[in-house]
Each structure stands twice: as C-alpha cells, then as structure tokens.
Design a protein. Structure first.
Length: 319
C-alpha cells in the first residue's frame, strides 16, 4: 500500500472524540447537522475505499441517527491531491457501490451513506452538478447522469481568523496544518499558529501524543530539511518545547528514508506502546507507518501488552 502522510495524520486526529465532535458541531454545514442527533455520533471501523481510490482519498466512517431515529453512515472523505479532481463523481459512485456491495456480502440491510468531502488542495474547488461534466447534454437528459451528491468543505476557503476562532482544541491545529499542507511558504510562516495551545496540550499524555503526531506530519510536509526543522522546533514556546524536541530527536533525527520516518528505536517503541494502549484497534500497518517501526515489531509489542507484561494490558488487541 502506498505510504501517505496525509492519510496517517487524518486517521490519527479523527480518532480523538473531541476532534470529530467539534468537526461536526462547528464545521459541517448546518443543513446536514440539523437533521442529525449528534449525541449518537460514533466512529465505525473499516473502509469502503478500493486500492485505486486509496491513491486519492482517505475515509473515516461514523454512524449517526437522524432526528427521526433512522441510522446513517456518515463518510468523511479527504481528498489529498493538490489539484481539484476531474471526475469526482466517478470516484464517489465507485465508493458508494463498494459500500452497498459489502452490505450485500454481509447480508445486511443497506444503510444510506452521506458523504462529507474535505479538500485542502491549492486551487479553489467549484462544485458542479454531474451533468456539467458532459458538454452539450440536453437538459431533458441531465437526470440520467446522476451520481451521489456530497457536502464539500474546502479548507482553502477558510481564512486563518475563522479557524483560530473555533473552540480551543486539536481541530484548530489540524485544520491549520491541512490548510497549508501544499503551500510550504505559508506552512513555515504559520508555524506558531499551527502549534497554538501546545502549552496546554503538554499537560496530558494525550496532548503530548497529539503534539508528537502534529510535529511528525508538519516535518513530513517540509521534507525533513534537518537544518530548517531544528530552527522551527526552536520557535515553539519554552513551556512545551521539551515535548517537541523529544519527538523530533526520537522520531525525526535521521530524516526520511524510502518514505518512512527513521529515528531512535527506543523512542519509537515507547510511542507505539502508548498508542496501542490508547487505541488497541488500530492496525499494525497503520502504527507501523505512523512510527516507522516494522510491522513485526508492532506485532511483538502488541503481544507483549496482551500478555500483561509491564503490568499493562491491551484488551481487544489484534492478533
């Protein structure tokens, strides 16, 4: 599977309840959320992306009830290309078809899929109806070329003030770094804003893990220029500089090799252990890509935790 820093970061941050709750409450259009009982919102494991679609998209699934009590699948899709795709409806049609085919195989009733598409590329995304992709199509025939509709969230249209005005939390940092992911100049200039509230996050282990993941993603976007990376990390406020420097030294010291992060094995094993204890359902592959450790090492750490070594246990760990 192709390595994608965007995919790993999005999956990581949207595993935090505070992030996906804030996202649906503050960012998703109200014409959708007013029809939902957001107190029933919960993440769902799995994906409906085919290997081909995984080249362009990341999905994160949630289930939620409507105000009438019916269950929906809310599919949060992130488009990772820097340009607006030419045939987005083809991708969405393939995605929904994959979901319905899985329902059929599992002998489950079909559940409606509502697609929320987040885009953070360079160019502005102008949403068009399906028939707009067929020039000269008579108006009477337009309804025959329909496709799944979607709610578009183009982070590029969000100015920094709007993002900074959201409730304090990880979502602010995540949207800022995604907004500038394809713009290295503004990415560097916005460094302090991207790491805002870091002194508060540094007071908990969860917050330190978030700073770690945010820094890893940020440095991947800058291609691990070691000299520039150290200078940027030095700009972080002294109150949480220690966490950032520890993450940098343990995970990023050696730079990037074959698309994977290298660094001190001891530090990466410690991070992997903490993540396994907090998120035991995460796959070995994902943890391997996030930490840079081989999958075999992740399996060994998972097995060690499952047997209760070090006085800890990871219930529900994958075998």
């Amino acid at each position: 599977m192709r390595y994608s820093p965007h995919d790993n970061f999005v999956r990581f941050i949207f595993s935090f309840q505070s992030v996906y709750v804030d996202f649906f409450d503050q960012v998703v259009p109200s014409k959708l959320t007013k029809l939902l009982r957001l107190e029933t919102l919960k993440p769902v494991e799995g994906t409906f992306l085919s290997p081909r679609l995984k080249k362009y998209l990341t999905d994160k699934l949630f289930s939620c009830q409507t105000i009438e009590g019916d269950e929906l699948i809310l599919s949060f899709l992130v488009e990772h290309k820097s340009e607006v795709p030419d045939f987005i409806y083809d991708q969405l049609q393939a995605y929904v078809t994959q979901k319905h085919e899985q329902d059929r195989k599992d002998k489950k009733p079909r559940t409606p899929v509502i697609i929320i598409l987040l885009y953070h590329g360079k160019k502005r995304w102008v949403k068009k109806p399906p028939h707009a992709y067929f020039k000269g199509l008579p108006k009477a025939l337009r309804r025959y070329v329909g496709a799944p509709d979607y709610f578009l969230i183009d982070i590029g249209r969000f100015n920094k003030k709007k993002i900074m005005g959201l409730r304090m939390g990880y979502l602010v940092n995540a949207l800022l770094v995604l907004k500038y992911a394809f713009n290295p100049i503004y990415l560097g200039r916005s460094f302090k804003d991207i790491f805002v509230y870091g002194d508060f996050y540094d007071t908990t282990q969860e917050g330190q893990d978030f700073i770690h993941a945010l820094l890893v993603y940020f440095l991947e976007l800058t291609n691990f220029d070691e000299k520039k990376s150290i200078a940027l990390v030095e700009k972080i406020k002294a109150s949480y500089k220690r966490t950032a420097m520890t993450s940098y030294q343990n995970i990023l010291k050696a730079g990037k090799k074959e698309g994977k992060i290298e660094g001190k094995v001891e530090g990466k094993e410690e991070v992997a252990e903490r993540l396994l204890l907090k998120f035991p359902d995460w796959s070995d592959f994902f943890l391997s890509e996030l930490t840079g450790l081989p999958e075999e090492k992740i399996k060994a750490i998972r097995a060690k935790l499952a047997t209760g070594q070090n006085g800890k246990s990871a219930n529900g760990a994958q075998k």
